[in-house]
Design a binder for this molecule. Sequence first.
Ligand code: AMP
Length: 418
Amino acid sequence: MAKLIVSELNVRGRRVLVRVDFNVPMEEKDGQMVVTDTTRIKETLPTLDLLIEKGAKLILASHLGRPKGKRETSMSLRPVAAKLADMLCRPVAFADDCIGEKVEQTLQALQPGDVLLLENVRFYAEEEANDPGFSEKLANLADVYVNDAFGSAHRAHASTEGVARVIARRGGACAAGLLMERELRFLGDELEHPARPFAVILGGAKVSDKINVIDRLLEKADSILIGGAMAYTFRLAQGLKVGKSLVEPDKTEVAKSALSKAGARGVKILLPVDDIIATPTDTGKVNKKGKPVLEMQNRRANASLNLPDDGAGVDIGPATVAAYSEVIRSAKTILWNGPMGIFEDPRFAEGTIAVARAVAEATKKSGAKSIIGGGDSVKALNAAGLGDQVTFMSTGGGASLEFLEGKLLPGVAALSDR
Ligand code: AMP
C-alpha cells in the first residue's frame, strides 16, 4: 500500500521527529572523533531542506555503531551535528540525550526551521528492544514522524517502528522521507512492472542469503545471472567439482529447486562457464577469531566447469564476462546485488568491474533502468568511478535484500497509508 510522503505534510510550526541514518564512519584524530565519510548525511539533505523550507521544527534521531545500551563517547553523534551544520549552512543544536525532561525543555526554544540532533538512540538498550515505554518517551518529543532511514527499516526498533506507532495512535502523521520514498519506488514499484528484458545479476558469498530473492525474482525476471561464491553451490548441485571454493554443501537442494523452478517458468538462470581460480595457502597466521589466515596464490584462468582439487573459484572468467555483458547490454531493466568474485582483492575484481561497466553502458546507451541493491555492488561501482552512471543505488544492504524478498519492512509498515 502507498505510504504518506514528507512532501505531502503540512508541518509549519510543528515538531517533526526525523529518523535519519547518521551511522557514519568515524576516526579518532588528535583525541577527537571526526566523520570520515559524509555520504549518509548528504543523502538526508533533501528531506531536511524540504522540512526546513516548510517551517517545521526538526528533531533528528539516529543510531551510530553498536554501543549495546551504554554511553560510549566514541559513538556520540556530537561530531555529526557540527558536520551537518556545515552541510546545511545553518546552526544545528545538539542534545546530549535522546529522551527526558532536559531534551523536552530544549525543544521549547525551537523555532520553525530550527534543527536539533539527539544523542545516539542506541545508548539505551530499550531502543533495539523496541521497548514501548522508550517509544512513548521518544514520541513525547514530536507531533509528526518522518522516517528517512531505509537502511534501518528492516529492524523493528523503537526509533524506526515503536515511536511511529505511538505518534500515529496520538493522531500524528507518519511519513516516508524523500530518500525512503526513492528506495520504495525503485526497489518496489519499478520492479513490479519492469520494462523487458529484465536481467537480474546476483553474486556474493552465500546462496542461503539470496535464495528468497531468487525465488521472488523468478516470478519477474527474464534472466538471472549468477556469480560469486554462490555459483559454486550451484555447480556442486550439478555434480561438478568445485575444488576449494567457498560452498554451502547443505544448500545444493535449494540450488536444484531454483534451477527447476526457472526451467518451469521459462526464466534463464545463467551460471559461469569459466572462472578465475587461485590456490588458498596457509600463511601460518591466525585471525582475531583464531582461524587460519589463507593467502590466495597462483591466480589463473580455468576454462573447464570442473575445478582442480587445489583451486578455489575467486572470480568469473573472461568467457562468462562476455556472456553476462551481452545479456546486460540488451536488458531494459537491470537489478544487481552482490559481487562476482572476491572484488576487495584487485587480482579478483575484474569480473565485478566488467559487470559494473556493462550495467553503466546499458543505462547510458540503451536507456535501461539500472537498480543496484546496496552493499558491495555499490562499493564496486563507486570504486570503478561508475556510481553516477546507474539509475539508482540503494542505501540499504540488509534492508534492500529483505525488501526484494517481498517482506514488509517494520519501519515501512509503521508509516501512515495515503
Ligand atoms: P554478500 O555479502 O553475500 O553480497 O557477499 C559479499 C562477499 O562475497 C564479498 O566480501 C566477496 O569477497 C565475497 N565473495 C564473492 N565471490 C567470492 C568467491 N568466489 N569466493 C569467496 N568469497 C567471495
